[in-house]
Ligand binder design. Structure first.
Ligand code: KG4
Ligand code: ZN
Length: 349
């Protein structure tokens, strides 16, 4: 077992929700990045059905990992470690990837690394810019979290603010449903918003309030009430205008708070992660705001914002360098509180 390599070959595996993904990195260089999604099947049910997700992972994981190794041009015997998401996520889904990773690591006699999914989203930025080093400020917006994090060292971050109720992605998914759009809602709301204008009044969420916590339930409820009232009264309304109005209300606040966070912490570099960071409106607003504030922005490509295994391998590299390896008894976890997410803790094993 050689844990001292500077540029180790790490296989990353991700199966926390409806994406079965595998990727290989050498140091910060991404060699392959494979994904099989069951989102199309899940869309028929308006959300992720855990049992279907687990079955889809079990069917796909073998082939996705084989493809990742083949496209990287790496024989499995040359791998230095296997990094796998152990939480947070759907337990059955996580167990498929985790069990596979354990078998793989054990069979090859190499270390197993347990990765917190959210730390993976944070680590996606390292693949975008190999020169990135802490300190930096991250806007994290996914289906489960909305947060602003200040990374002081590779393995230590401070939570400036987090999710009070619905997460940003969750609000996009719920609003999409009201607008008759399929799951997952974010990309569909974004596409519809492009055809509309932000003219529907929305509650001024959090604006003017101090702090960095995010609440989306009021905004979501306002959209639902607006649509229901219009329909009950038989009045005409524009789905595209509602989408555009919701989108700008939901995302402008993220940009505003990120810039404020950078000012407060003195961070000169900003990164982003999580599915909502794939939103084109957010990406362009954030890059304009960072340019205006003189901040360097490291924005992962869209496919590394939504769930993927490259980010899991990237976080795996950080843990590898720390020698933070997991025992074969590592269990899957449905949730991992953000404040406790900087390392796999002994009591979680
Ligand atoms: O990070 P992610 O893929 O999975 C979680 O860890 O939750 O994030 C998924 C969330 C979903 O709620 C999805 O609707 C949202 O990210 N999302 C988007 C966009 N693409 C994905 N939200 C807004 N605009 C998008 N383009
Ligand atoms: Zn995610």
């Amino acid at each position: 077992m050689n844990c001292a390599k500077k540029q180790p070959l790490i296989l990353g595996i991700e199966s926390s929700c409806d994406e079965t993904a595998a990727a290989v990195i050498r140091g910060r260089e991404l060699l392959s990045d494979e994904i099989a999604s069951s989102a199309a099947t899940q869309a028929k049910y308006g959300g992720v059905v855990p049992e279907l997700a687990s079955r889809a992972h079990a069917e796909a994981v073998d082939e996705v990992v084989a493809r990742a190794l083949q496209n990287a041009g790496v024989q499995k015997e040359r791998l230095d470690a296997v990094a796998v998401t152990y939480g947070a996520g759907l337990l059955g889904a996580l167990l498929v990837g985790l069990s596979f990773a354990k078998g793989f690591a054990c069979g090859l006699g190499i270390p197993l690394i347990g990765v917190d999914h959210i730390r993976g989203h944070l680590a996606a930025a390292y693949l975008e810019d190999a020169s990135l080093e802490p300190p930096f400020l991250t806007l994290l917006a996914s289906g489960g979290h909305t947060a602003i994090l200040y990374t002081e060292r590779a393995d230590a971050f401070r939570v400036l603010g987090g999710t009070l109720d619905d997460a940003a992605g969750e609000a996009f998914d719920k609003v999409a449903r009201v607008l008759g759009l399929p799951y997952p809602g974010g990309p569909h709301v974004e596409a519809l918003a492009r055809e509309g204008r932000p003219v529907v009044p929305m509650p001024k969420m959090l604006k003017g309030q101090g702090g960095y916590d995010f609440s989306y339930s009021g905004l979501k409820t306002a959209v639902i009430n607006y649509v229901h009232t219009k329909e009950q009264r038989g009045e005409a309304w524009s789905r595209a205008d509602v989408a555009a109005s919701f989108q700008s209300a939901a995302l402008d606040i993220l940009v505003q708070k990120t810039i404020e966070g950078a000012r407060e912490t003195g961070a000169s570099t900003v990164t982003a992660g999580g599915g909502v960071a794939a939103n084109g409106y957010l990406r362009s607003r954030l890059s304009d705001a960072c340019a205006q504030a003189g901040l360097r922005l490291v924005l992962p490509v869209k496919k590394h914002c939504t769930d993927n295994a490259a980010m899991i391998a990237s976080e795996g590299l950080i843990r590898y360098r720390l020698g933070d390896f997991a025992p074969m008894s590592l269990n899957a976890r449905a949730s991992i509180p953000l404040v406790r997410s900087s390392a796999v803790r002994k009591e979680e094993l």
